[in-house]
Ligand binder design. Structure first.
Ligand code: ADP
Length: 298
């Protein structure tokens, strides 16, 4: 996805033309952001996806490659635009966002099956809901076959197909996604109950409160870092990508959660999305200040 952010004093009404104050364009997309942080932290990352057969598609692919991500599974798709998100932000910070998935929605299960043939079995297979669920399910089915841990970031919020849920080992959602999937607010009891009902391990991110997770044996609660927040855009993706990297490296879930919270928090201290993601040295320093609280207390 390409984020196109237009800043204005107030939103134009129907039929009205206004002059805005500034424009910014940046690389986005949940999967791409998550791939970039995982690679930045030392992970070996292969990306499977589709971009448009347009200038943006070439730029998106080049950006991933420049960030150390293997892009041999990223295909340009004739007849589709790349994924674009035009975003309006007014002077109060309120926003209006249109998502045009473009080529992302052309990714099929068959595409994925073809691409994963060429990839080394991975420690973790990570998916989001910006690609069709059928494609992510194909990736997770492959992951299960080759012994990977499958991690699903169910964002943006949507009902999950039975097949996708059944092939998911770890589900990661934020509070509003949890509420829309589970139908009740995020409490320790609800998170534990949902993990058992869905038969998976579950993490819910809590913004400034950090995150809570359970592998259905233990419950882990990790507070966020106390930081000076500049821009929270992309914090959830920093969390998910670093969690996946740590799990792929064989870390215990409690330690992976600790890393994820630290990376999410550090990313809020700088503007932008991928450009706000921390480098390993900064993460190592910050990790010294955080210890997981194990137990049922929220
Ligand atoms: P999303 O952006 O997907 O809604 P959250 O808002 O839950 O996700 O944030 C994801 C992670 O980013 C949190 O678990 C935390 O580590 C970090 N984070 C987000 N907001 C803050 C904040 N205000 N202060 C410190 N850390 C934050």
């Amino acid at each position: 996805m390409i984020d196109q952010i237009a800043y204005c004093d107030a939103f134009p009404r129907d039929g009205e033309t206004l002059v805005g104050s500034a424009f910014e364009q940046g690389f986005g997309g949940k999967g791409a952001n998550q791939a970039v942080i995982a690679a930045r932290l030392g992970g070996t990352v292969s990306f499977v996806g589709r971009v448009g057969d347009d200038q943006y598609g070439a730029e998106i692919t080049a950006n991933l490659a420049a960030n150390g991500v293997d892009v041999s599974g990223v295909k340009a798709t004739p007849g589709h635009s790349s994924g674009i998100a035009p975003i309006w932000v007014d002077r109060t910070g309120a926003n209006r966002i249109l998502i045009i998935p473009g080529a992302n929605h052309a990714l099929s299960g068959a595409d994925v099956e073809h691409q994963v043939e060429r990839i080394e079995p991975a420690g973790v297979v990570l998916g989001q809901l910006e690609a069709p669920q059928e494609a992510t399910t194909a990736a997770f089915a492959w992951g299960r076959r080759v012994g990977s841990t499958t991690v699903l970031n169910a964002a943006p919020a949507a009902e999950l197909s039975m097949d996708l849920r059944r092939t998911t080992d770890w589900l990661i959602v934020n509070e509003s996604e949890f509420e829309s999937l589970w139908g009740a607010p995020t409490t320790v009891e609800h998170v534990e109950h949902a993990a058992h009902r869905w038969n998976l391990s579950l993490v819910v991110t809590l913004g400034a409160e950090g995150a809570i997770g359970t592998d259905r044996r233990d419950v882990f609660r990790v507070p966020a870092l106390a930081v000076d927040v500049v821009d929270t855009t992309g914090a959830g993706d920093a969390f998910v990508g670093s969690f996946a990297m740590a799990m792929a490296a064989g870390w215990a879930p409690a330690d992976a959660l600790r890393l994820a919270v630290v990376c999410g928090s550090l990313s809020t201290t700088r503007p932008g999305t991928q450009s706000s993601y921390p480098r390993p040295a900064e993460v190592v320093d910050a990790l010294k200040g955080v210890s997981p609280e194990k137990g049922p207390q929220a």
